[in-house]
Design a protein around this ligand. Sequence first.
Ligand code: SF4
Length: 351
Amino acid sequence: MNLSSPKSRNVVYPSGLSPDELAALLSDEPLYRVKQAFSWFSKGIASFGAMTNIPQPLRERLSAHFDGHMRSSGVENKLIDEDGSLKLQIRLRDGAAVECVLLEDIEGRKTACLSSQAGCPMGCVFCKTGTLGFLRNLGPDEIVEQFHYLRDMRGFISNVVFMGMGEPLLNLDNVRKAIAILSNPHGIGMSMRKITISTSGIVPGILDIAKDGPIVRLAVSLTSANPELRTCLMPVNRTWPLDKLKAALLEYQKITNDRITLEVVLIGNVNAREKDAQELADWIHPLKTQVNLIAWNPIPGMPFETPSAKQVRQFSEILEQRGIVTVQRMSRGRGVMGACGQLGDTLKAKQ
Ligand code: SF4
């Protein structure tokens, strides 16, 4: 057994270990023991003592290796919205904090919205997380643990979206590891088709996942197809402008043949006008997409306004008249600042 003290290195806690990494850790144990341990860790058990089919001496050695801690993080606060959405504030081992949300739709589908970074370097001006700055990438354990906490409280989760705090394509190695763990059939077994990576438009990351996977659903936060306006709203447009983004999406679609979701956060009197809709429709052709329209969720101190339901409907109608599949997304979790763009608003610094 290849166990050394986690105190001496930056250990990955059990939830973030792949079967191969676990096999390396338990190198003198038979393969079936590795599978048993992976299966327990995938269940999100709270203690090593719960691994009832693992011999006691091995449980003790595993516990000692991880300093007795099954998880690297802890839930610090739990907020429940009137609409049933659950937001968790999670304290990481170094004192950093992130949030994750469980959203339940009217059909009862439960979607875990996970964070991939503490803070975010992208600085989208309409997003609370973007104002926090960037602290660090999350490890695979810290990502998968968010799933476990939400599942502990709400049971079976049908979908996962990387739309929480952070830009997942800037932490692609760890997001890949987390997705491999979440989708492993010997563990949680979530279908890749139920997992969505949402990016602000990191072109090299889009090309990377097109080539090397994972082939999950791809969503792109577009917000505007006008170059100047998009640069104002999303500074990523300076580095990866709309023409380069579109070329990457066409390449992605050529390789995967998958429909791409374009997320458009509509801000009243900014990007919700008829000409914005027409410009968006022009830009989309010939991509195969679904456009999700999200009315901007209010964030105290930001100089924006939520568009009226009529404005959103008119925007949607223009896209539909142009043959574009369009969905008006209901905002859920607003009451606990857990809706799109609001994460981080209620985080408190560690006392
Ligand atoms: S919208 Fe996403 S990418 Fe942009 S600042 Fe917020 S978390 Fe970061």
